[in-house]
Design a protein around this ligand. Sequence first.
Ligand SMILES: [Mg+2]
Length: 262
Amino acid sequence: MTAADVPAIWVVDLDGVVWRGREPIPGSAAAIARLQAEGRTVVFASNNSAYTAAELEAKLNAHGIRSLGHAVTSSMAASSLLHPGETVLVVGEAGVVEAVQAAGAEIRSEGPVDTVIVGITRRFDYAMLRTAARALHGGARLIATNTDSTFPGPDGLDPGNGSLVAAVATAGGRQPDAVAGKPHAPMVDLIQARYGPVGVVVGDRDDTDGRFARALGYDFALVLSGVVTEADLPIDPAPRWLAADLAHLLPPVPGYELTPGD
Ligand SMILES: [Mg+2]
């Protein structure tokens, strides 16, 4: 990317771009600080529905990053589909609960309800599945915060929210009426409403980040610091830019030579 190419809006994926699990990806925090200092808006877009706004801010802060109010999760995208007073059964963590309450909807512990929202939770069990399925049998619609089948755990792939959604959909006899997170319409609409029609999505996956960029009409910048590796190339959608990591995506600063390992 040359200095003339640097857009005003940067929508940055987190896992595989900013960090890998608990480990920071070297140079990413500094690159984000540089973009912010240059007056660009960096938007942090996560499909992880478990984070509350404060928890996500705290995790970014722990990595030396400030969101400056520009963090968007799949829970926020899901709650954009709710209307005040609507009754909701939540399968999920505090991030979903917070977003549902912010939308003015009313959380119930069992059906009948208007809507069942499913987000990732490690407390998922048979009783929870039964309660959600019965609410669907009673006519509730089903919203999934996201349908990622797995995500990288510390020692292998862990079940993602798509696995929980599949269980609820199977038992409830109803496919999701909406999927909120990247690359789907609710998250696209939320980002476009806040940040406009021109920007770049930086991500480590074609299936979520590349398709998200295409749906937004933004450019796609692929970094090889996460899921997709050099051996997977070429990918579809093809990225406009490709770099080892976020730091190497940015144009070099005149007078400052990047050295291996930076
Ligand atoms: Mg990622």
